[in-house]
Design a protein around this ligand. Structure first.
Ligand SMILES: Cc1cc2nc3c(=O)[nH]c(=O)nc-3n(C[C@H](O)[C@H](O)[C@H](O)COP(=O)(O)OP(=O)(O)OC[C@H]3O[C@@H](n4cnc5c(N)ncnc54)[C@H](O)[C@@H]3O)c2cc1C
Length: 346
């Protein structure tokens, strides 16, 4: 079998790159072994403001300008909704936080997103003595449905193999990459935290940031907006809510833990006062990098081998931008922005 590209891994990074190839009518084959699940468990939120410090997310507006049409095209392709715009309410803990919010509203990079009005409404089940700040132009991508549909679509076309990519079986020639019965012009690795096991790129400084989430049913809580406090509360409909997420920099497993659950429920109960039941508990590893920038670019020795990784905590917003940049680099020789290029570590 002969293709333009082999893609290893189909989370948000692999999907964005596969879509970019489809847009340019390039052929490809994906290998996916379900060893990582960050993209499947993600909250899926896109939000251009850092809610701890009220600062702009790096390149957020540029990323959203590419990401929103990207997800909209997928909605058209599969005739299904994946993008659910949702207002974010930042719950204030003090007058000082209110003041910080209103100062940040003056920042021109944020004024498109941050509302200058203090929200004082009371909502049953939520304790918010200092009110909320409201964000606009934010939303959630249903990453699980999107990935499921895209993987099915590839399956029907025999463009995905559900097996582990074995690095030792790859043969790199000057102009081609051979892997078992497949000959490709190039190979792009999109394994998320699985990059740790990739001998070609495992020296890149990937850090594990495990995250756990629970889904609860709270019959007395009736909100249709996202709350960010000690944890987030993301409404899913019918009184179900996703609560997240933890950050653990040591645990490399993807298993949900008692410790993670206790952390989430303790933090939730610090501001939510109605009864609830936990119906699901999941975990995944965010592929983060020590300088909080992505890992994109060609292998220093093998020009037909590249990596698309390091999406960190904001894969939804950043993946489509990175996929475009990598495609343009590989196909058109357009240099990568220094901040995203792996050259900064090599
Ligand atoms: C709890 C949690 C909450 C999050 N919430 C959000 C959020 O609200 N908004 C947001 O933007 N981001 C969020 N993220 C971050 C987001 O999930 C990541 O940035 C993104 O999913 C990373 O995508 P990826 O494709 O690089 O990696 P992954 O999703 O890990 O995908 C890598 C894929 O490669 C496959 N793979 C790996 N090795 C091999 C191999 N050898 N052979 C074959 N296949 C292989 C894996 O099975 C996997 O499917 C969250 C993450 C977590 C864990």
């Amino acid at each position: 079998m002969s293709v333009d590209y082999i893609i290893v891994g189909l989370g948000l990074a692999g999907l964005a790159f596969a879509k970019e190839l489809e847009n340019h009518k390039k052929s490809f084959l994906v290998f996916e072994d379900n060893s990582q699940n960050s993209s499947l468990v993600a909250g899926g939120i896109y939000n251009p403001v850092v809610l701890k410090r009220f600062t702009p997310v790096w390149n957020a507006t540029e990323q959203l300008n590419i990401a929103l049409p990207f997800y909209s095209a997928l909605e058209n392709q599969f005739n299904k909704k994946y993008d659910f715009p949702i207002t974010i309410y930042r719950l204030f803990k003090s007058v000082e936080e209110q003041n910080n919010w209103f100062s940040a509203c003056d920042n021109p990079a944020l004024s498109n997103y941050m509302d200058t009005k203090l929200i004082k409404e009371r909502y049953e089940g939520i304790s918010a003595d200092f009110g909320y700040g409201k964000l606009r132009n934010t939303g959630r991508i249903d990453t699980k449905s999107l990935l499921k549909d895209y993987r099915n679509y590839l399956s029907q076309r025999k463009l995905i193999r559900n097996e582990s990519f074995q690095y030792e079986a790859v043969k790199i020639n000057e102009n081609t990459v051979e892997y078992k019965d497949v000959i490709a012009s190039k190979i792009v690795f999109c394994e998320g935290f699985g990059l740790k096991y990739n001998p070609f790129f495992n020296e890149l400084p990937m850090q594990e940031a495990k995250g756990e989430l629970i889904t609860i049913h709270a019959p007395k809580l009736n909100i249709d907006f996202f709350i960010k406090s000690a944890v987030f509360v993301l409404p899913l409909g019918n009184n179900f809510y996703k609560i997240g997420a933890t950050f653990n920099w040591k645990d490399k497993t993807q298993l949900p833990t008692e410790e993670g659950k206790n952390e989430l429920t303790t933090k939730l109960e610090s501001f939510m006062t109605v009864p609830y039941q936990i119906v699901e508990h999941v975990a995944g590893i965010r592929p983060t990098v020590k300088d909080r920038r992505p890992l994109v670019g060609k292998h220093p020795k093998h020009q037909n081998m590249a990596v698309l990784n390091g999406l960190g905590t904001r894969g939804v917003m950043i993946a489509p931008t990175l996929a475009k940049a990598l495609y343009n680099n590989l196909e058109n020789g357009i240099a990568l922005d220094k901040e995203i290029s792996i050259a900064r570590f090599l």
